[in-house]
Ligand binder design. Structure first.
Ligand SMILES: C[S@@+](CC[C@H](N)C(=O)[O-])C[C@H]1O[C@@H](n2cnc3c(N)ncnc32)[C@H](O)[C@@H]1O
Length: 321
């Protein structure tokens, strides 16, 4: 997850009343006055989203008071999609587009691929490819699942999150293209998915507890702690995900987890302990690090994609890059 959202975060100290009718330049001035770095861009978004002058005034007021822009707008842009994000729900970060892109590439390979116990549904020119089973764990707003469902036909999508507000949001974003469950990690998933998941993606919280206080206020104050706090070293939830993955993955299936460059060696070790063969994908432009693990299967394993740098996982001094 990105922790760099709010360089533009306005301070709440100079809030004053906002006139009921605001022009675009007036909104820019208002946002700039409270230290908003991207005042012009934000003002345009606010003006184009508000349906009435009163709504615009209320939105500007909320932004000036320090709410994340996405919570004020009610949506975030993610991989070209407009993802609904309610107050109290984690705002999907640009860097997570790398996770979505890698998951999409692997899901694409899985659609129609023959798998043990899942024979092709038909043969010949009218063959119907078999569906790939995709799970978005710790789905939050459902942004990653929504990208997969929106980009690829022939996937069976399941998502889950422990936060009721996130689950409600994910259901709106995923709609009838998948099922969204509420509960702790794998607990709410249908038992019938055990051993059948082709792509398991999990952007679990990975901020170490003691680093939470240094997060920008937009995250620290307005996003739920459960979406950020990864325990003492940040990897407690990730380790539970990696420990359980082999039980749910199909042979040759993949687990993808976002992490930080600094934490990547420990994430990689957790993958290996979970019986997965890990590799690291990084994208400097988006400051993104993703670990992809494959459950060994008889026959050739599928590769990755996405245009990001792929590094073998063994012995990489990730922090030294
Ligand atoms: C960093 S946010 C990622 C949300 C979303 N996947 C994204 O990338 O925008 C982590 C999410 O994990 C959820 N979460 C935390 N602990 C969980 C648990 N034990 N079981 C299920 N979900 C959990 C939080 O509610 C939050 O929505």
């Amino acid at each position: 997850m990105s922790l760099s959202l709010p360089s533009s975060s306005p301070s709440s100290s100079s809030v004053s009343s906002v006139p009921s009718s605001l022009s675009l330049p007036a909104v820019v001035v208002r946002l700039r006055a409270v230290g908003c770095v991207f005042a012009e861009d934000e003002a345009e978004l606010l003006v184009s989203t508000a349906r009435t002058p009163a709504e615009l005034a209320a939105m500007v007021e909320r932004r000036v008071a320090g709410l994340p822009l996405e919570h004020v707008l009610g949506w975030a842009e993610f991989a070209g999609l407009r993802i609904a994000v309610d107050a109290g729900v984690f705002v999907p970060r640009r860097r997570t587009e790398v996770l979505a892109r890698e998951a999409l590439a692997l899901a694409r390979l899985a659609v129609g691929a023959p798998r043990p116990g899942r024979p092709a549904r038909s043969a010949g020119p009218a063959a119907v490819p078999s569906r790939a089973v995709v799970v978005d764990l710790c789905c939050g707003s459902g942004a990653v699942g929504a990208v997969l469902a929106g980009s690829l036909e022939g996937i069976e999508l399941y998502a889950a999150d422990i936060e009721p507000a996130a689950v409600r949001c994910a259901r709106r974003n995923i709609g009838d293209r998948g099922l969204v469950y509420e509960g702790d990690l794998y607990d709410p998933l249908p038992a019938s998915l055990r051993g059948r998941v082709d792509v398991l993606v999990a952007n679990a919280p990975y901020v170490p507890t003691e680093a939470i206080e240094f997060l920008p206020p937009e995250a620290r104050i307005h996003e739920p702690r459960v979406a950020l706090d990864g325990g003492s070293d940040g990897l407690e939830i990730q380790r539970r995900v990696t420990a359980g993955a082999a039980e749910w993955l199909a042979p040759g299936g993949h687990l993808l987890v976002e992490t930080s460059e600094r934490q990547a060696p420990r994430t990689v070790a957790a993958f290996a302990r979970g019986g997965l063969v890990p590799r690291v994908v990084s994208c400097e432009d988006l400051d993104a690090t993703v670990v992809v693990g494959t459950l060994p299967a008889p026959g050739p394993a599928a590769g990755g994609s996405g245009g990001a740098v792929v590094r073998p996982a063994v012995g990489i001094p990730v922090g030294a890059r």
